[in-house]
Design a binder for this molecule. Structure first.
Ligand code: PMP
Length: 404
């Protein structure tokens, strides 16, 4: 049943057609995923007949919306194997990482302490730590990659010291698709008394998640990469860590009692959700999780893995193509066509209704590490199929002819 759902899935996504009704070969799901009609409908209902604020109204519509908002939190917790009181809704992974840096980081990382990142991190998992390090006088260390572009945990083991308070790594690389051995990373971090933050932006839509066996301390992801809406994402952290963290932004909904003399704060997760939250987005995220769960993350992963293999097998024999990332990449293939800037390739592909990403993918230090200014990146989603890979390969042949 799940694979039948997957086979039909393209028709669930109105965004996969061009304005004139042709197939759009969308290979930029790592940037943001297209939305199934079920998510669009859920969001429209929440903005329409069900709309009201949460946590404040005494009237029944608001009480119902509060139940729906909290049900979304429960569903999100369940999706990654956490508890509902451990889920903080933020604007996305970027805000979630900034929240951890500004609260837990400022309270626990001081002068002379160290933070370990890796060479393949997204700017969202670099810049917030640089800002914190600069403020408190901490140092950042960069874990190198193996020859097949995985985070080199053997090197991390050698680099980690008792001064390291945090290890923050991508669970899946947005450029290379490399999958981290998160359990080993957790063991290494905890071995020196550091916490592990996993950036799950690219993992949440591709891998079956369970934070308990991963043994991480913080996990973040964005709904819009998981077939849900923009402007909402989740931070998961262990209860004891969350409850010990100072608040992030101040305002309504995050307080216990306010007087001009002193304000006390609500317990987590409300303490970290100041202001009117992303109500309709939470409801739509719930619908997105229902949608992917009905197909099954294992089915989605198998589909994307097969498409990665199809694309890599076709590109590998081409002498003028360099592929980056490991063979078992999760749903993402970065490459370069000799003599063609990735932007030119992207522009020519666009004429054939093929959408890829070309650029630094918000990972400029990784581009420096690889020694390239940019790469072309094809990334798959649950709706991707062989026709999308074939359209990309046809486009590469056409581009080569134009540049010959
Ligand atoms: N980390 C990774 C690995 C990502 O792929 C992205 C989005 N490209 C982010 C962080 C940032 O996510 P957002 O822009 O949704 O906050």
């Amino acid at each position: 049943l799940a694979s039948a759902r997957l086979a039909d899935s393209k028709s669930d996504f109105p965004g996969l057609l061009t304005a004139d009704g042709k197939a759009w070969h969308y290979l930029d799901t790592a940037a943001t995923a297209q939305k199934p009609q079920a998510v669009i409908d859920a969001m429209a209902r929440a903005l329409g007949q069900d709309y009201a604020t949460v946590h404040r109204g005494v009237y029944s519509r608001s009480a119902e919306m509060t139940l729906a908002y909290e049900a979304a939190r429960r569903r999100t917790a369940d999706f990654i194997g956490g508890k509902e009181e451990e889920i903080v809704f933020a604007r996305g992974a970027t805000e979630a990482i900034n929240l951890v840096a500004a609260t837990w980081g400022a309270a626990n990382i001081g002068e002379g302490d160290r933070i370990l990142l890796s060479a393949l991190e997204h700017h969202s998992n670099i810049v917030p730590w640089q800002m914190l390090a600069e403020k408190v006088g901490a140092h950042i260390d960069i874990c190198p990659l193996t020859s097949d572009h995985q985070i080199d945990l053997d090197a991390a083991e050698v680099m980690l010291t008792e001064r390291h308070k945090l290890v923050a790594l991508a669970h899946v690389s947005n450029v290379l698709g490399s999958v981290l051995d998160a359990k080993r990373a957790a063991g290494l971090a905890h071995g020196v008394g550091a916490k592990l933050l996993l950036d799950g932006c690219q993992a949440a839509p591709r891998l079956k998640l369970d934070v308990a066996p991963l043994d991480c301390d913080f996990y973040v992801f964005s709904a819009h990469k998981l077939y849900g809406p923009t402007a909402i994402g989740a931070l998961w952290a262990r209860s004891e860590i969350l409850n010990a963290m100072p608040p992030y932004q101040g305002g309504g909904a995050m307080i216990d009692r306010v007087t001009f003399d002193k304000t006390t704060y609500a317990p987590a997760p409300q303490r970290f959700e100041a202001g009117t939250p992303a109500i309709t987005e939470a409801v739509a995220l719930h619908a997105a999780i229902d949608y992917v769960d009905a197909i099954g993350m294992d089915v989605i992963h198998a589909r994307e893995t097969a498409l990665v293999a199809q694309l890599r097998d076709a590109l590998s024999p081409m002498n003028d193509v360099t592929i980056y990332g490991p063979a078992d990449s999760a749903g993402i293939v970065s490459f370069m066509l000799d003599g063609v800037h990735p932007h030119d390739l992207g522009t020519i592909l666009d004429e054939a209704n093929v959408a890829i990403r070309a650029g630094h993918h918000c990972a400029q230090p990784l581009m420096d590490y690889l020694g390239v200014p940019a790469t072309a990146r094809a990334s798959f989603g649950l709706y991707s199929d062989e026709s999308d890979v074939e359209a990309l390969l046809d486009g590469i042949v056409r581009t080569r002819k134009i540049f010959a």
